[in-house]
Design a protein around this ligand. Structure first.
Ligand SMILES: *Cc1c(COP(=O)(O)O)cnc(C)c1O
Length: 482
């Protein structure tokens, strides 16, 4: 495909601005000469060329609005367009971050109420909406844990993290200066409680746990785990990035979690990927409230008329973790989503997400092996080890072959403890027909792997860009680009 620069023809243009009706001043009078450029090389194209160029490019892309996107641990659910409409409201998009508080009462109220909803849904005392991503929420959560022990004068230098955890967990612990100690997974895909019992001591600040974990399995021993951690004065941190499995069913606060972060862009439906925008609210139990970031939105009700304001008064706060008030428009979308679904709708999300994942697991289990033979939650994990052994077709090949069937591949090679891992998260927004079509593609690929392995190993065959074999692409770019 031609670059837009290659389509350029001198003098061709999409718009002609009206001629200037005030005296023009030479640019050197306005901007220092050394900062001025002359002759920037911009493409000269007609409007129709621009439209066709970018439309063609967008059609080479893949997104959840194009097709099924079962990327485990990332919750690529369909994002209702009504949320975009709400977030596009001028009262939300055109607000200056320093607008006086009496002019933005509605915006403050939205943040305040969203915080209350999240506290109710997740069983926590209070949330800060400031962190801008899941990893950022984790970091904030661990900063809160650190502050808690500093205030109590306790020296704790370790943090425990299961070997199945998302890579951001050890990163967040390490960034806060903790030594990260790995807790092994037991034969059933949960935390090895005997190992936890050995490792958890009074020099350990917290256990960072994901439940359901990244194997898509519910941590059956969660109450025992919480007891072991709490008995030795530690805190239980919950990575709530993937809350799709338990909305309305159980609450981290009730299970013993002291701090959690959420990924609003996953569970609460904001288009994401490619780095943003995100939102990773951090919620805490009652004894950790004082450490939450500032500012917090508080509601005052003195004159019988509620008034909202940003409060910076919190002597023990970890401080501000992001400029201004977080990714506000993501908060609007989450608010719209929660209000649209209500308590019943959110519970239904969890039921349908879990049903979809179990349906896919049941349909594929005879064709791909599973590392753990348990009922799954919102995602199911397979291993391509059998295919690799029997026909030399690896998980990466299966993933690339799926592109030829018009599906985005699942997450692969994660969690790290499963060799040749294939992690499928269908989400609640897909129809039975879509799930069936995906399963049939996976089954067809399992057959191809046996009968015609090179077909799979050389895939994809139908995409605008052929196999991006990282090594080969660097060596022979002409072979890889069609
Ligand atoms: C996505 C995810 C994260 C990180 O969230 P980001 O918003 O990408 O920073 C952390 N933990 C788990 C389990 C996740 O799935």
């Amino acid at each position: 495909m031609e670059l837009i620069f290659e389509k350029s023809r001198p003098g061709r243009r999409a718009t002609v601005p009206p001629s200037c009706d005030v005296p023009e001043r030479p640019p050197e009078e306005l901007i220092e000469g050394r900062l001025l450029r002359s002759g920037i090389d911009l493409p000269e194209v007609a409007e129709v060329d621009i439209v066709r160029h970018y439309t063609a490019l967008s059609r080479r892309n893949f997104g959840v609005d194009v097709g099924f996107y079962p990327l485990g641990s990332c919750t690529m659910k369909y994002n209702p367009k009504i949320n975009e409409e709400a977030a596009g409201h001028r009262g939300f998009t055109d607000i200056h971050p320093f607008a006086p508080m009496d002019r933005i009462q509605g915006n403050l109220r939205l943040m305040h109420e969203l915080g209350l909803y999240l506290a109710e849904i997740f069983g926590m005392a209070e949330f800060s909406l400031q962190p801008a991503a899941g990893a950022h929420g984790e970091l904030t959560g661990v900063m809160i844990i650190k502050k808690h022990f500093e205030k109590r004068g306790e020296r704790r230098e370790k943090i425990l993290i299961p070997d199945a955890a998302h890579g951001t967990n050890p990163a967040s612990g390490a960034l806060c200066g903790y030594r990260v100690v790995t807790v092994p997974t037991d034969g059933e895909g949960g935390v090895d409680t005997a190992a936890l019992d050995r490792l958890m001591d009074t020099a350990t600040a917290a256990l960072m746990l994901t439940n359901p974990n990244t194997l898509g399995l519910f941590e059956k021993n969660i109450l025992t785990i919480a007891r072991i951690v709490h008995e030795r004065g530690g805190l239980l941190y919950g990575d709530g990035a993937n809350a799709n499995a338990f909305l309305g069913k159980t609450r981290p606060g009730d299970l013993g979690f002291d701090v959690i972060q959420l990924n609003l862009h996953k569970t609460f439906s904001t288009p994401h990927g490619c780095g943003g925008p995100g939102s990773g609210p951090v919620g805490v139990g009652p004894e950790l409230r004082g450490y939450l970031p500032v500012p917090r939105v508080v509601k005052e009700d003195t004159s019988g008329r509620p008034r909202y304001r940003l409060s910076f008064e919190a002597p023990d706060t970890v401080g501000a973790v992001r400029s201004f008030w977080g990714n506000f428009l993501v908060l609007v979308k989450a608010y719209a989503y929660i209000r649209a679904l209500g308590a019943e709708g959110l519970t239904r999300v969890a039921e349908d997400a879990v049903l979809s994942a179990n349906y896919v697991m049941e349909r594929l289990k005879d064709y791909y092996d599973r590392p753990y033979q348990r009922r799954c939650m919102h995602e199911c994990v397979f291993t391509g080890a059998r295919q690799a052994r029997e026909s030399g077709v690896h998980t990466a090949d299966i993933a690339k072959r799926l592109l030829d069937y018009q599906f985005h591949p699942p997450t692969i090679y994660f969690p790290l403890i499963v060799p040749e891992a294939i992690m499928i998260e269908p989400t609640e927004t897909e129809s039975l027909e879509t799930l069936d079509a995906f399963c049939e593609a996976m089954i067809a690929i399992a057959r191809e792997a046996r009968e015609d392995p090179s077909l799979v190993k050389e895939a994809p065959h139908t995409t605008p860009v052929g196999r991006l074999d990282e090594v080969r692409a660097a060596r022979e770019p002409d072979v890889c680009w069609r």
